[in-house]
Each structure stands twice: as structure tokens, then as C-alpha cells.
Ligand binder design. Structure first.
Ligand SMILES: Cc1cc2nc3c(=O)[nH]c(=O)nc-3n(C[C@H](O)[C@H](O)[C@H](O)COP(=O)(O)OP(=O)(O)OC[C@H]3O[C@@H](n4cnc5c(N)ncnc54)[C@H](O)[C@@H]3O)c2cc1C
Length: 295
């Protein structure tokens, strides 16, 4: 898992924002549009631009962050977990200047409007978000920032992109960004057929949707099966893989060991891990017990 426990605050800053509107994109995804007084300063790098989202606890109406300076992460860690803001990683799906708005697409993973529904705090928050709800984001103020991972080197002949629904906002951003005519092979796994989206791109992209509910039997890693079975183009590849950490690792291993991709031509990021919340992952990183990405 390559989640960064404490992202650099330069060139990032905290923004207090509120929900302007929400829109259901499909059975498993909701788009939340945020607005806020300073949001015009947010400058994302496009592609898979990550940021940190801070949510209130269920009994609060705004997230509690006692320190917004350089030492914010240390202070956040020492705050009472039941009172401090819930911190999660998300992707800038889109941002606009006038009016200043930020779109974030949330995978709901089991969360719905009922209080008894499953899903983690972020999915539950998104499922119930209403105009006016307050959150804080730690987001970039410069386009060239360390929160963009998709960086194909010069000399790349074609691009391989693969991810699940949590990576779909990043995949959409990457496809929008790719120069016209770039050759790309894309595999995206989503829970339901209606979770598929239009993905505008000028790239020469061959997009395959894998719908989990349509996969027969107990195939745990349909993305891996699909990529394994694929005929890949000739030439120098660059691969970007994100989603569930176990699947990401297996895909990377396949590309490096069986397809002989150069290691540095494969950017891979565990966006979540089955059975572990983001707090668990941060705790592992802090304790130095996180499993190696290189396994
Ligand atoms: C750089 C980066 C960018 C990301 N961008 C996005 C994004 O734009 N949109 C988005 O939806 N997600 C995104 N994610 C993934 C998101 O941060 C995780 O899914 C996160 O765990 C959700 O928090 P939560 O509070 O809902 O669940 P948590 O409290 O973290 O986890 C609770 C339980 O739910 C499980 N779980 C978490 N996510 C899923 C899932 N998708 N499906 C099934 N079970 C799950 C966990 O394994 C755990 O058992 C991103 C992650 C990273 C690292």
C-alpha cells in the first residue's frame, strides 16, 4: 500500500468547504460538489491528483483539526480518535474556477442512506451528504505537486491503465489529460453495469469494463484475469494500476514478471485494502509494519 501517512503541506493548503450539491452517478458512486470561499486557489495537476479529505465525526457538524500548520499531522495523531477529523484519501475528479467548485466521486461500498448500512465513515458520509454539510480538504495550490502519480516517461509508446471503482475518478482524469492519439489499453472493474460512465478522451483508448456482478463463479480478481488474457501492443509500455491493494500487487507482479515490463514503467498504488480501514493502514505505516509493495 503506498498511502502516504503525512502528505507534504507545501504546495498544499487546508480549505474549509461545504457541499453544494450531490449527484448519483450509478448504483455505487455519488459525485459530491464542494464550494468554499477560497476554493479558487485550488490548483490541481489533473490526471490522478490526490488530496486528503477531513470529515466530521457523526456527532459533529464540522471536522475538528486543532493544527493547520506544518505540524498538523503530528497534532492530528495525538488528538482523540473519537473527536479528531476522519482523514481519507480521494481524487480531484474536476475543479472549476467560476464558480470555484471541486467535484469528488465517492465509491459507496455498501453505504446507503440508512443508519444501519455498512461501508466506512467516508462512504457513509457521502451516501448521506446534503447541501451545506461541512468538510475540510488538504489540496494543492500548484499544478506541479507531489500528489500526481501518473507520469509516463519520454519514449513511452503506449499506456496500460487498470483500476476498480475507487480508481475510476483517476482513470477518467488521466484519459481526459492524455494527448490526442496516445495509444491506451484500459480495464476498469465496477460493481454493477450501471456504474459504467462515459469517459471522454482524445487518446486512442481501448476501454474494457468488467462488471463484478456479471463475473461468474468466485473469481476474486477479474481484472487480473482480463489483463492476463489480453494481447498487448508492441513497444515501450507505461502502466498505471490502482484499486484494492491485493489485486494491484498481483497485477504489478504479472506485468513485471510475466510480461517483462520494466519496474520503473509500472506505477502502482493500493487505494484500499480488504479488511483494513485507512486508519489501520496509517497505523501500519507509522509502526513500520506495512507489507512491502515489492512483494
Ligand atoms: C490516492 C488515493 C486516491 C483515492 N481516490 C478515491 C476516489 O476518488 N474515490 C473513491 O471512492 N475512493 C478513493 N480512494 C479510496 C478510498 O480512500 C478508500 O476506499 C477508503 O478506504 C474509503 O474510506 P471509508 O471511510 O469509506 O472506508 P474505511 O473506513 O477506510 O474502510 C472500512 C472497510 O471498508 C473496506 N473498503 C474500503 N474501500 C472499499 C471499497 N471501495 N470497496 C469495498 N470495501 C472497501 C475496507 O477494507 C474496510 O474493511 C482513494 C485512495 C487513495 C489512496
Amino acid at each position: 500500500m503506498t498511502t502516504t501517512a503525512a502528505p507534504l503541506t507545501i504546495p498544499f493548503r487546508f480549505f474549509d468547504v461545504h457541499v453544494v450539491r450531490t449527484r448519483r452517478l450509478g448504483p455505487s458512486m455519488v459525485r459530491v460538489t464542494f464550494g468554499g470561499p477560497d476554493l479558487g486557489e485550488l490548483t490541481a495537476g489533473g490526471r490522478d491528483q490526490r488530496f486528503k479529505l477531513f470529515l466530521p465525526q457523526p456527532h459533529q457538524d464540522a471536522p475538528v483539526l486543532k493544527d493547520r500548520g506544518e505540524g498538523w499531522y503530528t497534532t492530528w495523531r495525538t488528538q482523540d480518535p473519537a473527536e479528531r477529523a476522519v482523514m481519507r484519501s480521494y481524487t480531484v475528479r474536476a475543479h472549476r474556477a467560476d464558480p470555484a467548485e471541486l467535484d469528488v466521486d465517492f465509491a459507496l461500498h455498501g453505504a446507503g442512506p440508512a443508519a444501519t448500512d455498512t461501508g466506512g465513515p467516508a462512504a457513509r458520509w457521502a451516501a448521506r451528504a446534503e447541501p451545506g454539510d461541512r468538510v475540510t480538504v488538504l489540496a494543492p495550490v500548484a499544478a506541479d505537486n507531489g500528489g500526481v502519480d501518473f507520469r509516463p516517461p519520454p519514449g513511452t509508446d503506449w499506456i496500460l491503465i487498470t483500476g476498480d471503482e475507487t480508481a475510476l475518478p483517476a482513470v477518467a482524469g488521466i484519459l481526459e489529460w492524455l494527448p490526442p492519439g496516445t495509444r491506451a489499453k484500459v480495464w476498469i472493474e465496477v460493481p454493477h453495469a450501471d456504474d459504467r460512465q462515459e469517459l471522454p478522451t482524445l487518446a486512442d483508448a481501448d476501454i474494457t469494463w468488467i462488471v463484478r456482478e456479471e463475473v461468474p463463479g468466485d473469481h476474486r480478481q477479474p481484472l487480473l484475469d482480463a489483463v492476463r488474457a489480453a494481447e498487448l501492443p508492441e513497444g515501450a509500455p507505461y502502466a498505471w494500476i490502482a484499486g484494492e491493494a491485493g489485486t494491484v500487487k498481483a497485477l504489478r507482479r504479472h506485468l513485471v514478471r510475466e510480461r517483462e515490463f520494466e519496474r520503473r514503467a509500472v506505477k502502482f498504488t493500493g487505494y484500499w485494502r480488504r479488511g483494513a480501514s485507512e486508519e489501520d493502514l496509517i497505523a501500519e505505516l507509522t509502526a513500520g509494519t506495512a507489507p512491502s509493495d515489492e512483494d
